[in-house]
Design a protein around this ligand. Structure first.
Ligand code: SAH
Ligand code: SF4
Ligand code: F3S
Length: 474
């Protein structure tokens, strides 16, 4: 079989192919990785449903199986490889079924994927989803189809996502794509390309449409939302005149535009970068009751030397100053973090600095990882991955244990208080209880009564488990 490679020079050839009539074909779409990937899958579904596809939850009956993949750590990639083994079986019964790999792992491995995983027919990077109908046509002729071109402009701004797999209450909305930060451990700049912001009017329109359909919470997504800047299209952020900068839309302004859609529409966002987190965003959050008082501010390490090697662009002191600003402007805000243990050359003292920073901040929640070296990153080229797996995992355990203590402590602080909760559905543990979240993102459960999804309710928390508040409607 010839490998059909769609690269810049040959794109025209593929574009010219007529898209066939695919009505009735079934698409199975599985997503891994961050919320941005899940949000991309909703774009993919929209593009293919437009072409007549229907979605199915059973991969065994699908005509097209797409896996939207993540490349952030080695184990994220292993999981996908294992999953592809399951899909192999489908090909035994249905020879014409197509298997496609989308997303970050597709972008990282490109054509290599076809050589390594012989059963994959289609490989598509995150900026090439508009080309999917063409690529499927190519693959249907028995050729392999690849498009991994990254774009400086693509934001899928005009595509209305098909909300998949959700509770009908919370929607995710991408406000930008890519990342320009080059943290030395991170593969994202290679898999998602240059940072670009999406036009604010299209964001506000999408959020408003979600509200009109009954959604009551939107989460604005980007790898570093604080560096969002809409300059009217095409203008480079680094070389703006003062006038252009004054006319540009910042993240703080965008947040307010979305918050003003309706007081009953909650606004969340992820992820903040400590180096770019300005007081303007915190002040905008404080001004609007419906902007949730929850900030995910990944620290990665508590040691300034490690942060320097990670190329994060801030020190321990800078980070703690940002924490102080949050506590000053929004004392009630919950704060969460991402932490990496065992980064190249991390000493025992530097590990202790991470623990002491955690002790100081007392995060409400944290995602914690052992460092996983990624090909092509700055760290892979410059530093040795020299902390043994044993030490990485011992340090990770220490961090997880400390965080568990802090999470429990933070949850307990919510007992005895009244929380405004957005009802998300029936509780997982009991059909007599409903569950939702407060502004700080804590899960709250309470008796069902006559409540329904999307309602707001005040709950007095009377007890808690390690991470959930339990209470009565007041
Ligand atoms: N843009 C976000 C993070 C995206 S990736 C930010 O800057 O905060 C999510 C998290 O995965 C990161 O915050 C980091 O903690 C973790 N991560 C990224 N690369 C990693 C690697 N090579 N090994 C282990 N963890 C990693
Ligand atoms: Fe990766 Fe850093 Fe960009 Fe986050 S900010 S996606 S960690 S390079
Ligand atoms: Fe993974 Fe790509 Fe997100 S690498 S974390 S899916 S941006």
């Amino acid at each position: 079989m010839e490998n059909k490679v769609i690269d810049e020079s040959r794109q025209g050839e593929a574009m010219m192919m007529e898209s066939g009539n695919n009505s009735g074909k079934k698409l199975f779409l599985e997503s891994y990785g961050c919320q941005m990937n899940f949000s991309d899958s909703e774009i993919v579904a929209s593009i293919l449903i437009d072409k007549g596809y229907t979605t199915t939850n059973d991969y065994k009956e699908a005509d097209v199986i797409f896996v939207n993949t993540c490349a952030i750590r080695e184990n994220a990639e292993s999981r996908v490889r294992q999953r592809l083994q399951d899909y192999k079986k489908v090909k035994k019964n249905n020879k014409s079924a197509l298997i496609g790999v989308l997303g970050c792992m597709a972008e990282r491995l490109k054509h290599q994927f076809l050589e390594q995983e012989k059963l994959v027919d289609i490989v598509v990077g995150p900026d090439a989803y508009r080309d999917l109908p063409n690529l499927i046509d190519v693959a249907e002729t028995g050729q392999k189809a690849v498009n991994v071109i990254l774009s400086k402009e693509e934001t899928y701004a005009d595509i209305s996502p098909v909300r998949l797999d959700n509770n009908g209450v919370s929607a995710f909305v991408s406000i930008m794509r890519g990342c320009d930060n080059m943290c030395s451990f991170c593969v994202v700049p290679f898999t998602r390309g240059r940072e670009r912001s999406r036009e604010p009017e299209t964001i506000v329109r999408e959020c408003k449409e979600a509200f009109d359909k009954g959604y009551r919470e939107v989460t604005l997504l980007g790898q570093n939302v604080n560096s969002y800047l809409w300059t009217g299209g095409g203008l480079k952020k680094e070389i703006l005149t003062e006038e252009q900068r004054n006319n540009a839309t910042t993240f703080a302004q965008l947040l307010e535009m979305v918050a003003l859609i309706h007081p009953d529409l909650r606004v969340r966002y992820s992820t903040s970068h400590p180096k770019d987190m300005g007081d303007d965003v915190l002040e905008a959050m404080a001004r609007h009751e419906n902007i949730c008082k929850y900030i995910h501010l990944p620290v990665q390490s508590g040691s300034s030397e490690v942060l320097e090697k990670m190329n994060r662009g801030y020190s321990r002191e800078w980070y703690l100053d940002r924490i102080a600003a949050i506590r000053r402007i929004m004392p009630e805000a919950a704060i969460s973090s991402d932490i990496i243990t065992g980064f190249c050359g991390e000493t025992e003292e530097q590990h202790q600095e991470t623990l002491s920073l955690m002790e100081y901040v007392k995060y409400d929640f944290a995602y914690m990882f052992a460092y996983s070296e990624r090909p092509k990153t700055l760290a892979e080229r410059k530093y040795k991955d020299d902390i043994s797996e044993d030490v990485k995992s011992r340090r990770l355990t220490e961090i997880i244990d400390l965080q568990r203590k802090h999470s429990e402590q933070r949850t307990k602080e919510g007992v005895g208080k009244i929380h405004r909760v957005l009802v998300e559905g029936i509780s997982k543990k009991s059909t007599e209880m409903m569950s939702g979240r407060n502004s700080q993102n804590s899960v709250v459960v309470f008796p069902k009564g006559n409540l329904k999804k999307g309602d707001y309710v005040n709950v007095l928390a009377t007890s808690c488990t390690s991470s959930t508040l339990i209470g009565e409607v007041v």
